[in-house]
Design a protein around this ligand. Structure first.
Ligand SMILES: [Fe+2]
Ligand SMILES: [Fe+2]
Length: 275
């Protein structure tokens, strides 16, 4: 029996995250022998949003699907791309009139794999459609196409993340959380065969705040005044995620493992404020 191995990487933050990703992805893919790569790109342009040029960068570097979250709307350049392509997802539970989709299928070794992107509501945008009901309704269609389905649940609260995973346990192959930019250590296979991790983290500067210069974020916390957050370009860097092995005959996950790369070397060509 041969399993498919899917690598998930957390939010790639700005130029730091992109250069770090490019430096390590080929070796990581070879070392882990992964069959597909799914990356969250919601912070890949200046820490906020993504552009069509960055989408080409991800595709050029072997990414199959790019997921996103609340920051997807920050670069308007991406709106036509979202409408015209199926390899970049926005959360499905935004109003249907928003550009793009939160559901896609991609080919992998002769199989079809489904991917759903959803956003949480707790401590986030409360008026979004219910992620539980949205997932359920999407699955009625997607399950007719494939039994291998993964969800990137872009959410703040671990309760909402594990809640959705339990709700869908046995119906999807895996649910990985994103948005906090902090990798959690709770990866496991749930009783029904769904792989789970609350958050897969990020690619960016380690001693930052979610990839941004800590001074700029601290200033906002201390003064409650608006502050322009700048992408942190300083080493050391961290790139985290997880891979999931799935059995194509059942759609059940058989293994989930965390991935963590810490890189002490200054990345070449990074200049603060010039993302
Ligand atoms: Fe993010
Ligand atoms: Fe986010």
């Amino acid at each position: 029996m041969s399993y498919l191995r899917i690598l998930f990487l957390g939010d790639v933050v700005g130029t730091t995250g992109r250069v770090l990703f490019q430096k390590h992805i080929a070796a990581l893919k070879a070392e882990l022998n992964v069959d597909a790569i799914i990356v969250n790109g919601e912070n890949s342009a200046h820490g906020k949003g993504i552009t069509s040029k960055i989408m080409r960068f991800f595709k050029h570097n072997g990414v199959d699907v790019v997921t996103s979250g609340n920051h997807i709307w920050r670069q308007k350049d991406i709106y036509p791309y979202l409408n015209e392509n199926k390899d970049l997802l926005r959360p499905e539970n935004y109003p249907s009139s928003c550009p793009g989709t939160g559901v896609t299928l991609f080919g992998c070794k002769g199989y079809e794999i489904g991917v759903i992107n959803l956003q949480g509501r707790i401590f986030m945008r409360e008026n979004l459609d219910c992620p539980f009901k949205t997932a359920e309704s999407v699955l009625t269609y997607l399950k007719s196409r494939t039994n291998m389905i993964f969800i990137d649940f872009h959410a703040e609260a671990t309760s909402e993340k594990i809640g959705l995973a339990y709700y869908l346990d046995g119906k999807i192959s895996g649910l990985v959380g994103t948005h906090t930019h902090v990798q959690t250590a709770d990866e496991r296979i749930l009783p029904g065969g769904t792989a789970y991790i609350s958050d897969i983290g990020m690619a960016g500067s380690l001693n930052s705040m979610i990839g941004m210069q800590k001074e700029s974020v601290l200033s906002a916390l201390l003064t409650q005044m608006p502050s322009k957050f700048e992408v942190d370009v300083n080493p050391p860097y961290i790139m985290t995620g997880a891979y999931i092995d799935v059995d194509p005959s059942t759609g059940k996950a058989v293994n989930i493992k965390r991935v963590k790369i810490v890189d002490q070397e200054p990345l070449v060509g990074l200049v603060a404020g010039q993302d």
